[in-house]
Design a binder for this molecule. Structure first.
Ligand SMILES: Cc1cc2nc3c(=O)[nH]c(=O)nc-3n(C[C@H](O)[C@H](O)[C@H](O)COP(=O)(O)OP(=O)(O)OC[C@H]3O[C@@H](n4cnc5c(N)ncnc54)[C@H](O)[C@@H]3O)c2cc1C
Length: 430
């Protein structure tokens, strides 16, 4: 729609046409599209930085470290990857995958067999979902298989929940293309660049949305304001706490949808080394299974050539990573590296950091994981607007790219289109 048409949909008695809650990928994508359409948009962000779960920082390890999203998943069709090209942001292709099981690095043949066994299990979960069954993935996995520890580690690390809590319907819907490319400068850095044209107020939490009168009235840390409509992009973890109060109350179907799609937990530990100490090519993702009594753990070695190792955990192991002491977490990661490369690796470690999304009050988890037995279908309801003026976006609202940065981005664009249509219809009806 051309800009001048939007002059007609602007609301004279509102401070803003659209208030957006949250400056993560969804809020930024929506803000850009709404601004492009000529609407007056203001984004309110409770945190003191832009990007939400896209957060690149160099302070902890001395090189860019993405504490949240780091990979362009579905890189061959990822809209953020295309934007990276026009913003001077670089990325590499799929990492080399390697496995160290018991006492040795698997040969190419052994690694191929392991990958095939894990792949067959994942395919069985997906097929169940495609057949219309929405059950726990655990029901489709053989216990005691030789690849079980590595398989369960990977399912948990990718989805943020153990196989018990991973739904077959989620596996069937997940539109993954198998292209995972690491971003050298960081996805958080890219989003900072993309957000530049936007009007964003950081350090300003929205605590209440009142839609009982015309438009909406928002209560924020900086006072009250009116907007024609509001777009909410906060995580389902935050929505479930009631940190944002609604008037009228949200209907039961929306509350049920939020409860059906809770947050999974995925955490990382990053370790800086003196030079590159690993006898494998940079950008290798190594899964280490030291023995039957130690959990498998995967580390991305020298991502984008940086002299760091980034360990990934999901589900119960991630809960432990978030709750253990920093010393315990660092020792856990170094024990796995030492099992693969020998004890000398420990002397090359310089410093370490770990994430804690589980306890971050602005996310209360890492990314959404719909519950088995009907949760996935509720993602549609999560995306539905209320009262023609309260709209929803965020990774959890995307039906096939959930739990990703590009899914959040696309959801923001979808919601922006809904907002534009809603405001246009309301104007036409007057
Ligand atoms: C450890 C980890 C690893 C990940 N790895 C990848 C990956 O490699 N690739 C990938 O594609 N995805 C990955 N993801 C997922 C991806 O980061 C998220 O799906 C995506 O960034 C979510 O964006 P969003 O806009 O939906 O939500 P958010 O980024 O959470 O944005 C919502 C914003 O709302 C703000 N907010 C909360 N409450 C309020 C309030 N009351 N008022 C105002 N503001 C508020 C929050 O501070 C936040 O900034 C990862 C996530 C984590 C945590």
């Amino acid at each position: 729609m051309p800009n001048h048409m939007h002059n007609r949909v602007r609301r004279r008695n509102a401070d803003w046409d659209v208030a957006v809650i949250g400056a993560g990928a969804a809020g930024i994508a929506a803000g850009l599209q709404l601004r492009e359409a000529g609407l007056r948009v203001r984004i309110f962000e409770a945190g003191n930085r832009i990007g939400g779960r896209a957060w690149t920082e160099s302070k902890s390890l001395g090189v860019p470290f993405d504490r949240g999203c780091a990979w362009f998943h579905c890189a061959d069709r990822n809209p953020l990857r295309l934007l990276a090209d026009t913003h001077g942001v670089h990325y590499s292709g799929n990492p080399t995958l390697a496995y160290h099981v018991d006492d040795h690095l698997l040969s190419e043949d052994e690694a191929r067999d392991l990958r095939a066994a894990v792949g067959a299990d994942v395919e069985a979960i997906r097929r169940a979902g495609l057949a219309g069954v929405d059950r726990s993935a655990r029901e489709y996995l053989m216990a005691g298989a030789y690849h079980a520890a590595v398989r369960d580690y990977l399912i948990s690390a990718i989805n943020g929940v153990a196989p018990e809590a991973y739904a077959t319907a989620e596996a069937a819907a997940d539109d993954d293309t198998g292209q995972d490319w690491i971003v050298r400068e960081g996805i958080g850095h890219l989003l900072q660049q993309l957000a530049r044209p936007l009007s964003i107020t950081t350090g300003c939490a929205v605590t209440a949305v009142d839609a009982s009168g015309p438009g909406v009235q928002l209560t924020t840390g900086g006072g009250r304001l009116r907007a024609a409509c509001v777009l909410i992009t906060v995580s389902t973890g935050v929505l479930a706490t009631g940190a944002i109060r609604f008037r009228p109350s949200v209907p039961e179907w929306k509350a049920s949808a939020i409860a059906a799609v809770p947050m999974g937990v995925a955490e990382k530990v990053g370790i800086r080394f003196q030079g590159d100490p690993f006898p494998v090519p940079p950008d290798t993702y190594l899964v280490v299974q030291p023995g039957p009594d130690t959990p498998a753990f995967g580390l991305h070695l020298c991502p984008a050539g940086h002299p760091i190792a980034v360990g990934y955990a999901g589900g119960p192991l991630a809960h432990w990573l978030a709750d253990a002491t920093m010393g315990e977490v660092e020792a856990f990661a170094l024990d796995h590296l030492a099992a693969a490369f020998g004890n000398a690796i420990r002397t090359r470690a310089v410093r370490a950091t770990r994430t804690n999304w589980r306890h971050d009050p602005l996310t209360l988890g890492s990314y959404s994981a719909a519950r088995p037995n009907g949760g996935h279908a509720q993602r549609h309801a999560l995306a539905q607007p209320l009262w023609d003026r309260v709209y929803y976006a965020g990774e959890a609202t995307h039906v096939c790219d959930f739990a990703t940065a590009h899914g959040a981005w696309l959801s923001g664009q979808r919601a922006a289109s809904q907002v534009i249509e809603g405001l246009t219809n309301a104007t036409a009806a007057r």
